[in-house]
Design a protein around this ligand. Structure first.
Ligand SMILES: [Zn+2]
Length: 287
């Protein structure tokens, strides 16, 4: 069964990766924490439960079903030409990643989607548990977009599932608070999104949040000039400035947050670290 790829191979790989990152980020910490670690583990775990159930029971089955149906519909890019399954798979993998880059921009730019994505961004710390902190509404919203992408790309069911495993693994990795050696991270960042790169996307400085949208491959931010690497990690304050009061970010309130009046993002003066023409290279940047 195609569907079992995620459960048989993906789930154990992702579980091992989670434990590995959780242990490593405790020993090699990149950004200082502002909240108690275990309190956040509980909050992010509980918030993630309905989102995870919807991912496994709705989003993945819908995308795989569409990919299977499309094998008789023959819609989408991969059906326009005759390529080997490996090339078709590689094209599907790359373009699924590109479609998720575009979806991430929509999550930030469309007010109706930002309501839900805000629950992820108002985490005051960033670590591997943030990778699971998504409001279930965001998952529901993504079904239409991500389902359409599967069909338009002409991705096969195996490619959809392999990409989904890579997507989840990349999300865990780039949200982690893991301090890697500069040279290693700089090299990795040439290809994939790394913790320092994605840390900038979670900054309270709007110009910094409006950058680094990519999920697996960093190339999409480079192509669209949304990449920003010149920010010192020590200067990053994580979160959304209008939602920075810890006492407001309880489990119950986070579930209700998308259905309340959303506060605007106030301008933040932030030591010019959001200024690209900054003369001095920040000490902890990977540019
Ligand atoms: Zn985001």
């Amino acid at each position: 069964m195609t569907n079992s790829i995620f459960d048989v191979y993906g789930a154990p790989v992702l579980a091992i990766l989670f434990v590995l990152l959780f242990v490593l980020e405790s020993n090699y910490q990149l950004r200082k924490r502002v909240q108690g670690r275990w309190k956040r583990v509980i909050i992010n775990f509980v918030v993630s439960i309905p989102a995870f159930l919807l991912l496994r029971l709705m989003l993945i089955p819908v995308m795989v079903w569409l990919a299977m149906k499309n094998q008789s519909w023959h819609i989408g890019l991969n059906y326009l030409f005759d390529a080997t399954p490996l090339i078709e798979g590689a094209i599907a993998f790359m373009l699924l990643d590109y479609s998720n880059y575009l979806w991430h921009i929509l999550l930030h730019k469309l007010p109706i989607l930002w309501r839900f994505h805000l629950v992820h961004h108002c985490d005051l710390d960033l670590d591997v548990t943030t990778a699971f902190r998504f409001h279930f509404g965001e998952l529901v919203g993504s079904v239409l977009f991500r389902g359409a992408a599967v069909v338009l790309i002409g991705a096969g069911p195996v490619a959809v599932l392999i990409y989904e495993i890579a997507f989840e693994a990349a999300t865990q990795f780039h949200h982690s608070n893991l301090k890697m050696p500069f040279r290693l991270e700089r090299m990795l960042n040439f290809f994939v999104v790394t913790p320092r790169m994605h840390g900038i996307h979670h900054s309270i400085v709007k110009q910094q949040t409006d950058s680094n949208y990519a999920i697996v491959f960093s190339v999409w931010d480079r192509i669209h000039r949304t990449v920003r690497l010149n920010v010192d990690q020590d200067k990053i304050i994580t979160g959304v400035p209008s939602y920075a009061d810890e006492s407001e970010l309880t489990i119950g309130r986070l579930f209700k947050l998308p259905f309340t009046k959303i506060r605007p993002w106030p301008p933040i003066r932030h030591n010019a670290s959001g200024n690209e023409r900054e003369k001095k290279e920040p000490r902890d940047s990977i540019r």
